[in-house]
Design a protein around this ligand. Structure first.
Ligand code: DGT
Ligand code: CA
Ligand code: CA
Ligand code: ZN
Length: 593
């Protein structure tokens, strides 16, 4: 029983209870689910010691602890099974529609028998939803507007879910004696923000042994297919494809299966122009024995292997050798999207991409002054442990989009500033007193101008009015960027991947304003955000705007999310010089308003 697994069951119970209009319990189940998910040890160990031991986990009371033990012992929870029977709906899919929560799902099932996204869409199209008591034409229109986005969201996983799963598969495979080199390929190796499926490649002389070990992976719920050199499993809803190749062909296979398909098509054409042939088995010089079949551009899968291996093989053991055979430098996987990388490689103009080790500190973090879980001191000490030189505290200010008294008033910001200065004297990192202020719908910043001017660093982010039109959104962001105290434009679109699209803005206009005003554009590393997205990062870098790669950490555990932000920066062709927090403390001070 994994922590995430029991957490998911309890979160599902929370939704089902809420759908039934049960009070209080959903909150308790959700809170317990979060704490169990984040629990630093296997919850299974506590469960083995009994219900009382499970209750030592914060937020877990007797009733929930009993269910954790029940699940650990039997693999199911009786009450959850009953709830599922009462309400047989695809809760996760339905609640992906923005504005549709568990209560709505419950009411729509009662009234119309809606169980799936397809049911929901049909009901909305037929005008049935507006007839249900408590609902109206507005709800119905919302469903019609948002259902497509929700459907797409069910097809691709966020990288933040797929990457840890793939890392786990890699460690299983690497532990196997028959495994040689071993890596992820596909969109995951290119660090795309969402992943269709996970591709894993292994070099081995004993492929069957590797395939067997893989299909017995404890996280695999289902074996989709298994052969002698490849297998596919489903793990936590994600398809994971394994392919095993002989060591001599590992480099060419890695190049091929990393993609993107568009990059590979262009690279193969580049090869053909030079009398070379590229495929998953190697790079071949075909200048001698050119025939109609061998010079076919696209491998359509009908050629047999001997045909594909024809010619004078010149590379394939390593991936770099494949590019070298074409006279090209190794192109980093993040660039392989056919966005001009092959042209840049031929001209010796590939960027020297920023790396995780270049990061000198975080520019956007929270403490328990707002909705974070730790004190200023704890966060600062954790930043020092990360090896950082500085750390910026940017708790939420009050303002539009802040609910439940989370944000700090002007007076509280001044109080916190005093505490930050005190802690700064005791910790080995330089502390910067900042704020995450809200950008209102017109671009105004909801903190007193004098307070803003006295703070070291101001992150301004949109948290409300995320459905405004493109023109208004662009003006809003530009107005915020032009504010004399704003240093960083935080998660500029406000999107949540697979949850809500956020505002659409005119990228060239916003990027230009940021470059002109000396305001950094944030890549929020939280894998639910990754905002700026990669294509906008590339536009920003080309225009000479500065990028800030932050984590928005609400606790020390989230500092590690920086890898998602850095790889997004790399997908946007960013070098260390483009990244504000790759500068030292003085470089940072010089940039801040
Ligand atoms: P995904 O899984 O949708 O996030 O995207 P990828 O890029 O991981 O795509 P996937 O899993 O279908 O295939 C992995 C790689 O294998 C892909 O990036 C390039 C290569 N590949 C797969 N099928 C083809 C194909 O029909 N033609 C070419 N040229 N390459 C292919
Ligand atoms: Ca894939
Ligand atoms: Ca695949
Ligand atoms: Zn934040």
């Amino acid at each position: 029983m994994r922590n995430a697994e029991i957490a998911a069951r309890l979160a599902e119970m929370a939704d089902l209870l809420e759908a039934k209009d049960v009070e209080y319990k959903p909150r308790a189940y959700r809170r317990a689910a979060e704490n169990l998910r984040e629990y630093p040890r296997p919850v299974e160990e506590r469960a083995a010691e009994g219900s009382d031991a499970v209750r030592t986990v914060e937020g877990v009371g007797e009733a929930i602890a009993d269910k954790v033990v029940e699940y650990a012992e039997t693999g199911s929870i009786g009450e959850l099974d009953e709830l599922r029977e009462e309400l047989p709906v695809e809760m996760a899919a339905l609640t992906r529609v923005e504005g549709v929560g568990p209560k709505t799902v419950g009411s729509l099932y009662e009234a119309l028998g809606i169980r799936t996204l397809a049911d929901l869409e049909t009901a909305a199209e037929n005008g049935e939803i507006r007839e249900v008591s408590g609902f109206g034409a507005k709800t119905e229109q919302n469903v019609l507007d948002k259902v497509d986005f929700a459907r797409q969201a069910t097809e691709r996983q966020r990288i933040g879910d797929a990457r840890p799963l793939a890392d786990d598969a890699l460690s299983l495979l690497r532990d196997h004696e028959a495994t040689g080199r071993c890596e992820v390929a596909g969109s995951l190796r290119r660090w795309r923000e969402t992943i269709g499926d996970v591709d894993v490649l292994v070099a081995s002389e004993d492929s069957q042994a590797v395939v067997d070990a893989f299909t017995e992976w404890s996280r695999a719920d289902d074996v989709i297919e298994a052969g002698s050199i490849k297998a596919s499993v489903r793990a936590e809803g994600v398809r994971v494809d394994l392919r095993v190749v002989v060591p001599e062909e590992y480099g060419s296979a890695l190049q091929y299966f990393t993609g993107s398909k568009e990059h590979n098509v262009r690279l193969r054409n580049y090869a053909i122009e030079r009398d070379m042939k590229l495929n998953e088995y190697g790079a071949f010089d075909v200048s001698e024995a050119r025939s109609a079949s061998e010079s076919r551009t696209e491998s359509d899968g009908t050629e047999d292997d001997s045909d594909q291996r024809a010619g004078d093989r010149v590379a394939g053991e390593t991936e770099a050798s494949m590019y070298e055979a074409l006279g090209l430098p190794h192109i980093p996987p993040e660039l392989r999207e056919d966005r001009g990388e092959i042209q840049a490689a031929t001209e010796g103009e590939l960027p020297d991409l920023v790396e995780e080790d270049d990061v000198r500190g975080d520019l956007h973090t929270h403490t328990n002054w707002s909705d974070g879980g730790n004190t200023v001191r704890e966060m600062a000490e954790a930043a020092a442990e990360m090896g950082y030189d500085y750390h910026c505290v940017t708790d939420h200010a009050t303002g539009p989009g802040m609910v439940g008294g989370v944000g700090l008033s002007d007076a509280e910001l001044r109080e916190q500033m005093t505490e930050i200065r005190e802690v700064d004297d005791d910790v080995p990192v330089d502390l910067f007193a900042g704020v995450e202020a809200n950008i209102d719908a017109e671009g105004g910043i909801s903190v007193d101008d004098e307070v803003l001017a006295d703070l070291d660093l101001v992150v301004a982010s949109p948290h409300s009015a995320l459905d405004q039109g493109k023109e208004a959104a662009t003006e809003r962001l530009v107005a915020a960027i032009e504010h004399p105290s704003v240093d960083v434009a935080g998660h500029p679109s406000g999107r949540m991947i697979n949850k809500r699209p956020g505002i659409e803005f005119d990228v060239p206009t916003v990027v230009e304003a940021a470059a002109d005003e000396g305001v950094a554009l944030e890549i929020n590393s939280n894998p639910a955000r990754l905002d700026l997205r990669d294509s906008a990062v590339k536009a920003a870098v080309e225009r000479g705007a500065t990028i800030a790669v932050t984590t928005d950490a609400h606790g020390p555990g989230e500092f590690a999310l920086v890898r998602y932000g850095i790889h997004t920066a790399r997908r946007g062709w960013a070098e260390a010089a483009d990244v504000l927090n790759a500068r030292g403390p003085d470089g940072l001070r010089g940039f801040l308003h």
